[in-house]
Design a protein around this ligand. Structure first.
Ligand code: PLP
Ligand code: TYF
Length: 399
C-alpha cells in the first residue's frame, strides 16, 4: 500500500556524520555537525552537569509528568538567563515561556503558533541559514522567503542587501534573526547594525523572532550574547525567542530549551501562554524533565552558575584558539590570500567560502567531512589537526 513513498535524501548536516562513520581512513575528521569536542575529540560532559545530576539523585526526584508548559523553576531561570535578572518584562509578567524540546521543538511550537494566529504572514530567513529552519516552517504550513545576509566577496555581512529586503517585505512579516553566532556563517551584525534593524522592524511592524542556540558560545559571556534580543525588548517591541541548551550546557540529547514570547502586557502573555500550551499538548503533551532540572539547578545556584560560565569560557576559548591556529597555518602556507575572516567569525562555525566541488574534494581526497555549503565546525577541530586542515583547504583553493 505504501510502495509509492519515495526516498528522502539524508539530512544535509546529519548525513555528514553518517558518511563520516563509514570512512575507515585514519586521517578522517568530522567538521560537519556543530557539537563541541575536546582536544582529543571526545564529547564533553560539563562538570556542572555532573554536579547537578548528583544533586538530583541525592534528592530522589520523581519521574511524574511535568505540566504542559514544563518545569516552573526552569521556565523562570531560562527567561531570566535570556533577558537578564529583573528585566521589566519578566517583572510585569509580560513573558510567556514554555519549556519545549530544545531549540528545534521550540521553533516548531512557534511555527505552529504563526500558522494558527498569523495566517498569510511570511517568515523571512537569512540566506543562508541553519538548514532545518526551512523544514520547520514549511512543515508547519508557514510560507518562508529569504532575505540577503552573506556577501561572498567579503566573506562578510551584506547589511545593505539585508535591510533592503526587510524593508521590501510586507508590513508585519516575521523576521528570523540568529541571536548570536549565526549558523552557518559565523557572521553577526554589529550593535549599530542591530539598532538599525530594530528601527526598521518598528517602522515596518515586523515581528522579530530570535533563534538563540548559542548563548555564551559567541563571546564566552551569556550577557553579551543575549544583547540583541534584550535590546529589541528594551525598544518596547513584541518579540519571540527560541532558546536551546544543547551547545552551551552540552545537553544535546536531553532536549532542553524554551520558547518565549515577550508581549506588551500581562493579559496578552496569559492568552498567548494558553495557546502555546494547546499547541504543545497536541504535539508531544509535555516536555522531558531530566535536562530541565539540570539547567534550572545550574542557572539558579550561584556557585554552579559561576562554574558554568568558566566552563563556557573554556569551550569558547578552545574554539578561539583553533581559529588562531587555522588562520596562522593558512597565512603561512598561502599568504597571498586574506584569511582574516576565520578570526572575525564567531561561534562554533567558520564559513570557508569553499564551493560544493571544493567541499567534495575536502571529503573525497582529504577525508575532512563538512557540509556542502562550505561550513566547518571548529568545535570539532583539535589544534593538532589545524595544519592538516589548512593544507587541505589550500589544496582546494589552489586547484
Ligand atoms: N537553531 C540553530 C541556528 C542551530 O544551529 C541549532 C542547532 O544546531 C538549533 C537551532 C537547534 O538545536 P537543538 O534542537 O539541538 O537545540
Ligand atoms: O550542526 C548543526 O547545525 C545542527 C546540529 O537535532 C543539530 O544541525 C543536530 C541534531 C539536532 C539539532 C541540531
Amino acid at each position: 500500500r505504501l510502495a509509492f513513498v519515495d526516498l528522502q535524501p539524508p539530512d544535509p548536516i546529519l548525513g555528514v556524520s553518517e558518511a563520516f562513520k563509514r570512512d575507515t581512513n585514519d586521517l578522517k575528521l568530522n567538521l560537519g555537525v556543530g557539537a563541541y569536542r575536546t582536544e582529543d575529540l571526545k564529547p564533553y560532559v560539563l562538570n556542572v552537569v555532573k554536579k547537578a545530576e548528583k544533586i538530583m539523585i541525592d534528592s530522589e526526584e520523581n519521574k511524574e509528568y511535568l505540566p504542559i508548559q514544563g518545569l516552573e523553576a526552569f521556565n523562570k531561570a531560562t527567561a531570566d538567563l535570556l533577558l537578564g535578572q529583573g528585566h521589566a518584562a519578566t517583572k510585569e509578567n509580560r513573558v510567556a515561556t514554555l519549556q519545549s524540546l530544545s531549540g528545534t521543538g521550540s521553533l516548531r511550537v512557534a511555527a505552529e503558533f504563526i500558522a494558527k494566529f498569523l495566517p498569510g504572514k511570511t517568515v523571512y530567513l537569512s540566506n543562508p541559514t541553519w538548514g532545518n529552519h526551512k523544514n520547520i516552517f514549511a512543515d508547519a504550513g508557514v510560507e518562508w522567503k529569504w532575505y540577503r545576509y552573506y556577501e561572498p566577496k567579503t566573506v562578510g555581512l551584506d547589511f545593505e542587501g539585508m535591510m533592503e529586503d526587510l524593508r521590501g517585505a510586507p508590513e508585519g512579516s516575521v523576521v528570523i534573526l540568529h541571536g548570536c553566532a549565526h549558523n552557518p556563517t559565523g557572521i553577526d551584525p554589529t550593535r549599530e547594525q542591530w539598532e538599525q534593524m530594530a528601527d526598521l522592524c518598528i517602522e515596518k511592524n515586523h515581528l522579530p523572532f530570535f533563534d538563540v542556540a548559542y548563548q555564551g558560545f559567541a563571546s564566552g559571556s551569556l550577557d553579551d550574547d543575549a544583547w540583541a534580543p534584550r535590546y529589541f525588548a528594551s525598544r518596547g517591541m513584541e518579540i519571540i525567542v527560541a532558546q536551546s541548551y544543547s551547545k552551551n550546557l552540552g545537553l544535546y540529547a536531553e532536549r532542553v530549551g524554551a520558547i518565549n514570547f515577550v508581549l506588551s502586557d500581562a493579559e496578552a502573555a496569559k492568552r498567548v501562554m494558553s495557546q502555546l500550551k494547546r499547541i504543545a499538548r497536541a504535539l508531544y503533551s509535555n516536555p522531558p524533565v531530566h535536562g530541565a532540572r539540570i539547567a534550572s539547578i545550574v542557572v539558579s545556584r550561584p556557585e554552579l552558575f559561576k562554574e558554568w560560565n568558566e566552563e563556557m569560557e573554556y569551550m569558547s576559548g578552545r574554539i578561539k584558539q583553533v581559529r588562531q591556529d587555522l588562520n596562522g597555518h593558512l597565512t603561512k602556507i598561502n599568504g597571498d590570500r586574506d584569511w582574516s575572516f576565520i578570526l572575525n567569525q564567531v561561534g562554533m562555525f567558520s564559513f570557508t567560502g569553499l564551493n560544493k566541488e571544493q567541499c567534495k574534494v575536502m571529503t573525497d581526497k582529504h577525508h575532512i567531512y563538512m557540509t556542502s555549503d562550505g561550513r566547518i565546525s571548529l568545535a570539532g577541530l583539535p589544534s593538532s589537526k589545524a595544519e592538516y586542515l589548512a593544507k587541505a583547504i589550500d589544496d582546494c583553493v589552489r586547484n
